[in-house]
Design a protein around this ligand. Structure first.
Ligand SMILES: *Cc1c(COP(=O)(O)O)cnc(C)c1O
Length: 476
C-alpha cells in the first residue's frame, strides 16, 4: 500500500507510548489511576490514531496529534476504564422481568442474607450437627418441598441447565415425546430441540402446531420411549382452533404405560396471579399436584429470586439427577443459595411475598399507586422549571417480560418527555449514557418512562438526570 503525502507527513507526528507515559506521570489527573490502565489507554489511543491515518479517515489533522490533544484522549479512555462494566440502571421500560436489565430484583431479605454469607464463612457444605461434610442443596430442599408439596428438590445454575440435566439423566439415548406446539425457543438461543440433541435424547414430535391429542402421545409410546415432556409455552400462545393435553392427563398416560413425565414450566410462578385480577398462569403447586414425576422452572422469572434452575420431583428421580456427573458442572454457588433460600421463605406467607418480592410487587401494583407515582415524577420534572421541557402523561401497558404472561397487558401510566431543540432520539441516548442510566422507550416521537418499574427512591434520580440533560445535553 502506498501512503499519500499527507499520511507520510502525519505518521511521524504521532507521539510514542513512552513519551505519553512520561507526560502522564507529571499529570495530577492520572495520580490515582493504576499504571496498567494508563499504559493500556495510551496504547489504545495511539494505535487508533495510527489506524485513522493509515485508513485515510477524513478529518485527522496535525493538531489532533499534538501531545496535549493525545493526552486528553488518554485521560478520557483511562477515566472510562475506571468505571465498572456492570452497573446499576433505572428501568423505566415497564417490563418487569427485563431479561436485558437483570430480570428479577431481589427482596431486601434476600440481599441482606446474601451480604451476610458473602463476606464470611458459612456452613455451605458442613453439617453443624455431625461436624462432617453436608450437602449444599439442603439449604433449599426442605423449603422447596414445604411450599410446593414436592417429594424432593434440587437447584442448578438456571432453568436451561435444569432441563439439560433432567433430559441427560432420564432420556439419554431414548425418545422424548413432545407436542409440536411446544417446541419452544426462548430468547438467547435456548431451543428445546437443540438442548435435546445435546443430551443425546431423541426428539419425537407428536400432534400438530395447533392441536395435539391424547392419542398422539399414546401412539408414540414404545419400548424406546424415555420421557413424555410438556413444555410451558412461556413466551407465546397458540390461539384459535387449538387443543393440548393437560398435564394431569399426560401423567395418567405415563403412569399406565410406565413412562416418566416431565414438565418444563419456564417461568414457574408460586403465586396465583388470578387472585389479583390478572391472567391465570399455572402455578408450580398445581403442576406438583398433577403428579408429574419431574418439574423444572427458573428462579429469576416470576418467582422473583436469583438466577437458578429449580428441579422438583420424586425422590428416586432427584437422587438419580444428583448422581449425574453433569450436576457438579451446573451447580449453583453460595450467593445464589443464600438469596434463593431467603426468597423462598417469604412464600410461607403469600400476602407478605406479594409485597416483599419486587417482581410480584411491581406486577400487582394497583393503578392508583402507579398514577400517584407518575404524578410525582411529572411534578418533580416540571419543578426543574425549564421551559424547553414538554411533559405529558400517557395511559399505556406494562409487560411481565422474561417470556412470562406474553399476552398480558398490565394497565400503567407513563410520563412522556420532549425537549425543545433536541431530537427525541438524542434525549433517549443522553439519558441512557447518564452516570446512572435511565432506560425508557420512544413512542410516536415522545420519550416514555413507565413508572411501574421505577422504584419510589429513583424518582429524584431521574429528576437529576433530566436536569443534567437540560444543562449539558443542549446549549442554553
Ligand atoms: C425461560 C425458559 C427456559 C430457560 O430458563 P433460564 O432460567 O433462562 O435458563 C427454559 N424453558 C422455558 C419454557 C422457559 O420459559
Amino acid at each position: 500500500m502506498k501512503l499519500s503525502e499527507t499520511q507520510q507527513m502525519l505518521l511521524p507526528r504521532l507521539p510514542g507510548v513512552d513519551r505519553m507515559l512520561e507526560t502522564a506521570k507529571a499529570d495530577p489527573f492520572f495520580r490515582d489511576i493504576p499504571l496498567s490502565v494508563v499504559t493500556r489507554s495510551a496504547r489504545t489511543v495511539i494505535e487508533s490514531l495510527r489506524a485513522d491515518i493509515i485508513d485515510n479517515r477524513a478529518g485527522i489533522t496535525e493538531a489532533e496529534l499534538s501531545d496535549a490533544s493525545v493526552i486528553e484522549k488518554i485521560r478520557e479512555s483511562a477515566a472510562d476504564a475506571m468505571f465498572l462494566n456492570l452497573f446499576r440502571v433505572i428501568n423505566a421500560t415497564g417490563v418487569v422481568v427485563h431479561t436485558n436489565l437483570g430480570r428479577s430484583l431481589l427482596a431486601d431479605e434476600a440481599v441482606a442474607n446474601l451480604q451476610n454469607v458473602a463476606g464470611r464463612y458459612s456452613n455451605l457444605e458442613f453439617d453443624i450437627g455431625t461436624g462432617k461434610r453436608g450437602s449444599r442443596y439442603r439449604a433449599v430442599e426442605d423449603i422447596l418441598c414445604e411450599i410446593t408439596g414436592a417429594q424432593a428438590a434440587m437447584v442448578v445454575n438456571n432453568n436451561a441447565a435444569a432441563v439439560l440435566l433432567c433430559l441427560d439423566t432420564l432420556a439419554r439415548g431414548k425418545e422424548v415425546v413432545v407436542s409440536r406446539g411446544e417446541l419452544v425457543e426462548i430468547g438467547g438461543s435456548f431451543r428445546i430441540p437443540d438442548v435435546m440433541a445435546r443430551t443425546g435424547a431423541i426428539l419425537k414430535e407428536v400432534g400438530t402446531t395447533n392441536r395435539t391429542h391424547m392419542k398422539d402421545y399414546a401412539q408414540a409410546i414404545h419400548e424406546a420411549t424415555g420421557l413424555l415432556l410438556k413444555v410451558h409455552t412461556s413466551n407465546y400462545r397458540v390461539e384459535g382452533f387449538t387443543a393440548s393435553v393437560p398435564l394431569g392427563e399426560l401423567v395418567a398416560l405415563g403412569k399406565s404405560q410406565g413412562v416418566t413425565v416431565m414438565e418444563d414450566l419456564g417461568s414457574g410462578t408460586l403465586m396465583d396471579f388470578s387472585r389479583y385480577g390478572m391472567q391465570y398462569e399455572p402455578t408450580v403447586q398445581e403442576s406438583v399436584a398433577s403428579g408429574a414425576d419431574v418439574i423444572t422452572f427458573s428462579g429469576d422469572k416470576l418467582l422473583g429470586g436469583p438466577q437458578a434452575g429449580i428441579i422438583l420431583g420424586t425422590k428416586a428421580i432427584l437422587d438419580a439427577v444428583k448422581q449425574n456427573p453433569l450436576t457438579r458442572a451446573l451447580r449453583i454457588d453460595k450467593l445464589t443459595l443464600a438469596a434463593l433460600e431467603s426468597t423462598l421463605r417469604l412464600y410461607r406467607d403469600p400476602e407478605k411475598a406479594k409485597d416483599a418480592i419486587p417482581t410480584l410487587r411491581m406486577l400487582t401494583l394497583p393503578l392508583t399507586v402507579i398514577r400517584r407515582r407518575a404524578d410525582r415524577l411529572y411534578e418533580m420534572l416540571a419543578g426543574i422549571g425549564d421551559l424547553r421541557l414538554n411533559l405529558t402523561q400517557h395511559d399505556a401497558s406494562s409487560r411481565a417480560g422474561g417470556g412470562s404472561l406474553p399476552l398480558l397487558d398490565i394497565p400503567t401510566v407513563c410520563v412522556g418527555m420532549q425537549v425543545v431543540g433536541m431530537s427525541t432520539r438524542a434525549v433517549e441516548s443522553f439519558l441512557r449514557h447518564h452516570t446512572l442510566p435511565v432506560i425508557g422507550r420512544i413512542e410516536a416521537d415522545v420519550f416514555l418512562m413507565d413508572v411501574r418499574t421505577v422504584q419510589e427512591d429513583e424518582l429524584a434520580l431521574i429528576q437529576t438526570a433530566v436536569a443534567t440533560l437540560l444543562l449539558k445535553g443542549i446549549g442554553p
